[in-house]
Design a protein around this ligand. Structure first.
Ligand code: WT7
Length: 565
C-alpha cells in the first residue's frame, strides 16, 4: 500500500470516527463542559490537570518516572496534588504571586513537574529552560522574562549568571548546595510546607508559561501561553492521540520545549492518563526498554529519534516486547518515507504525523486514525481550526500551489503575546485574519497539506529550532571571523544540520583547530545542538539590499544548488 503512497484508514472504533462530520460542526465551546470551571467559573490549568484528577481518581498513577542511572519513582495524582501544593506554599512564602515569572532549569525529574504545577497553581508564570542551555541562552531568557525565582539543580547552577540578573531574587536548588549559601533547598522547604493550598483562580487568558523560541532574525521570542490552552490540549489528546482509560502515554520530548509541556504531561493529565518520563540521555536500547517495561500504549516522538532506533536494526527490536504499543505519533520535522515503512513493517502500524509550532500551543494539522494517510503529508486541519495557504500579500492560494502555511487566528491554545515585544506578536498577524507560520506548504485537491520547509531561514536540526542569527552573532564575536552566515543543510539522520559559512579576518587561516574552537564557542555559550557541524570558508556572505544576511541565497548554498565563490 505504501508503494502508492497511501495507507488506508485503520478499521475499528477511534475517539474520532467521522472527521468530515466534525469538520463541519465541531466548535471548541463544546468541550468547555469537560472542565470544572464550566460550572464553577474557577479556572486554573494545574488544578484541572492534577487536583481535579486526584478528586476523581486519587490513587491513579500520574507519573512513571525513571532515569537511566537506575532511579525510579511513581507518583499518583493524589501525591502530585499534595507535593505541588507544598511547592506552591513554598513559592508563596517567598513572596511569589500571581503574574510573577518562575524559571525552571532542571533535567527531566519529578521536581521539574512539581515546580511547574506549583507555579501555575499560584497563578505565576513558568519560564521553562531546556537543561542544555548555557550561560548566554539562560541570561537572555531570565533577563527578558524578569524571572523572580529560579528552580535549578546543583549541577546546572554554575551556568546561571546570577550576578547579572537583578530581578532574580530566589534560587531554589533541588540537590546539594556546594557553590553558595545564598540558595534555598527545594526539598527541605517543600517538606516543611503545608500540603493544603487552594489554587489561585485566574482568567482564561491569564498567562501560564512563557516559552522562548528561536526567531530567524533576533533574540529568542517569549511565546506567551495562557490557561485556556487546556481546551485545545484536551480535545487533541482525545481525537489525535486517541487517549482512552488504561493508556500509558509516553511523549519523549523534553519539557524545555512546547511538545514536552503540552503533550508531555498537560494534555494526558487533563484526561487522567498516566505519563512516562525517562531521564538521562537518548539511547535506542534504553528507549525500547522503557517502551516495553512500562507497556507504553501511545507514543509521541520525532523522526530523528525513530531513525536512531532504526539504526539499531532488527536485533534491537527483537529483544523487546513492544506489543502494548497501539498508537504512534510524530512531530517536529518531516516524517520521511523510510520511517513510515519501518514502523509499518517492524512495529505493525503507521506513525501519525502532526504539525504545529511553539506558537500554536496545540496540534493543528494532523493525521487521524479514521482517515487515510498520504505519504509525505502532515495531514488535515483539526476540526474547529481553519488553515490555508496564502501568498506573500495574504491572499489565499488554490490547491497545489506552494505558499505560506497560515491559520485563522482564534484557536484556543494560540499564544497570546510575545513577552515585552507586542510588535513581534503583531508581525505574525499582518495579514488578518491569518497567523502566518513561517512554513512553506501546499495542499492537494483533497485538502491534505504537504510541508515544504521554512521560508525564513530558521533551522530545524533533529526537531530542534535553531536561530541562524544567534549562531552568526556568536561566530562573528570571535577575532578570526569577519562575517558569518548559517543555514540548515539537508541531512539523512537529523533532517538538517547547522552549516556555517565564514569569512576570515586577514591574518587568520582555516584549520581543524579553529573549527573546533568556533564550535566550542557556540556550544559553551548557547547550547550544543546549535553548534555548526559543517563549515565552509567563503569570500563574502550574501546580503540583501538592507544589509541583512540573504537567507534564500545561503539556503541555495546549503542545499548544494549553488556554490559560494
Ligand atoms: C517548526 C516549529 C510543536 C512542534 C515541535 C517543534 C517544524 C513541526 C512538523 C512536521 C515537518 C514540522 C515546522 C514548524 N515542524 N512539525 N510534522 N513536519 N516540520 O516546535 O520548535 O516551535 O518548531 O517545526 O517548521 O514551523 P517548534
Amino acid at each position: 500500500m505504501l508503494e502508492k503512497g497511501i495507507i488506508e484508514p485503520l478499521p475499528g472504533q477511534h475517539n474520532l470516527n467521522d472527521y468530515e462530520a466534525q469538520l463541519k460542526s465541531f466548535s471548541f465551546s463544546e468541550v468547555e463542559k469537560e472542565f470544572s470551571w464550566y460550572e464553577t467559573g474557577k479556572v486554573n490549568l494545574a488544578y484541572e490537570a492534577v487536583d481535579r484528577q486526584a478528586e476523581k481518581n486519587g490513587s491513579g498513577t500520574a507519573l512513571y518516572y525513571s532515569h537511566s542511572d537506575g532511579q525510579q519513582e511513581n507518583f499518583t495524582f493524589q501525591s502530585l496534588a499534595g507535593l505541588s501544593n507544598q511547592a506552591a506554599n513554598m513559592f508563596s512564602s517567598l513572596g511569589i504571586k500571581k503574574g510573577d515569572r518562575v524559571g525552571i532549569f532542571l533535567p527531566r525529574s519529578p521536581e521539574l513537574y512539581i515546580s511547574f504545577l506549583a507555579a501555575i497553581k499560584l497563578g505565576a508564570v513558568v519560564v521553562p529552560l531546556f537543561e542544555a542551555f548555557m550561560e548566554d541562552a539562560l541570561q537572555d531568557r531570565l533577563q527578558d522574562s524578569g524571572a523572580k525565582a529560579l528552580v535549578t539543580s546543583s549541577e546546572l547552577l554554575e551556568r546561571v549568571p546570577r550576578g547579572e540578573l537583578p530581578d532574580l531574587k530566589h534560587i531554589l536548588l533541588t540537590g546539594e548546595n556546594t557553590l553558595t549559601q545564598q540558595v534555598i533547598n527545594w526539598w527541605t522547604e517543600v517538606n516543611n510546607a503545608s500540603p493544603d493550598f487552594t489554587s489561585v483562580w485566574v482568567a482564561r487568558d491569564d498567562p501560564a508559561f512563557i516559552l522562548y523560541a528561536a526567531g530567524a532574525d533576533g533574540k529568542p521570542k517569549g511565546i506567551v501561553h495562557v490557561h485556556e490552552c487546556m481546551v485545545g490540549l484536551w480535545v487533541t489528546a482525545k481525537w489525535v492521540h486517541d487517549l482512552h482509560a488504561g493508556d500509558i502515554y509516553w511523549c519523549t520530548a523534553d519539557p524545555g520545549f512546547i511538545t514536552g509541556i503540552a503533550y508531555g504531561f498537560l494534555a494526558p493529565w487533563l484526561h487522567g492518563i498516566p505519563v512516562v518520563v525517562r531521564g538521562g540521555r537518548f539511547n535506542a536500547e534504553d528507549w525500547c526498554q522503557t517502551l516495553s517495561e512500562y507497556g507504553v500504549t501511545v507514543w509521541y516522538s520525532a523522526p530523528t529519534a525513530f531513525r536512531m532506533m532504526m539504526s539499531g536494526g532488527d536485533e534491537l527490536l527483537q529483544n523487546y516486547d513492544l506489543s502494548a504499543l497501539r498508537h504512534i505519533l510524530s512531530v517536529g520535522e518531516p516524517l520521511t518515507a523510510e520511517v513510515l515503512s519501518w514502523s509499518i513493517e517492524k512495529l505493525g502500524q503507521p506513525v501519525y504525523d502532526t504539525w504545529w509550532m511553539s506558537e500554536t500551543g496545540m496540534n493543528i494539522i494532523c493525521n487521524y486514525r479514521c482517515l487515510k494517510l498520504k505519504l509525505g503529508s502532515i495531514g488535515k486541519p483539526f476540526p474547529g481550526i481553519e488553515t490555508s495557504i496564502v501568498d506573500d500579500d495574504g491572499n489565499e492560494l488554490p490547491a497545489n500551489r506552494i505558499g505560506n502555511l497560515a491559520i485563522k487566528a482564534g484557536w484556543p491554545a494560540m499564544f497570546r503575546n510575545v513577552w515585552k515585544a507586542p510588535e513581534k506578536y503583531e508581525a505574525y498577524f499582518k495579514h488578518q485574519p491569518w497567523f502566518v507560520s513561517g512554513d512553506a506548504a501546499y495542499r492537494d485537491d483533497e485538502g491534505y497539506y504537504f510541508f515544504q520547509g521554512r521560508v525564513d531561514g530558521l533551522i530545524n536540526t533533529a526537531g530542534e529550532r535553531v536561530s541562524p542569527w544567534e549562531v552568526e552573532n556568536k561566530l562573528t564575536a570571535h577575532p578570526a571571523v569577519a562575517g558569518a552566515g548559517v543555514a540548515g543543510k539537508p541531512d539523512n539522520l537529523r533532517g538538517e544540520i547547522v552549516k556555517a559559512y565564514v569569512v576570515l579576518n586577514s591574518g587568520y587561516s582555516w584549520s581543524d583547530h579553529l573549527a573546533e574552537e568556533l564550535r566550542n564557542t557556540v556550544k559553551s555559550e548557547l547550547a550544543a545542538h546549535t553548534a555548526p557541524r559543517e563549515w565552509q570558508v567563503t569570500q563574502a556572505i550574501p546580503r540583501t539590499a538592507d544589509g541583512s544576511v540573504d537567507r534564500k541565497a545561503l539556503k541555495t548554498w546549503a542545499m548544494g544548488l549553488e556554490q559560494p565563490e
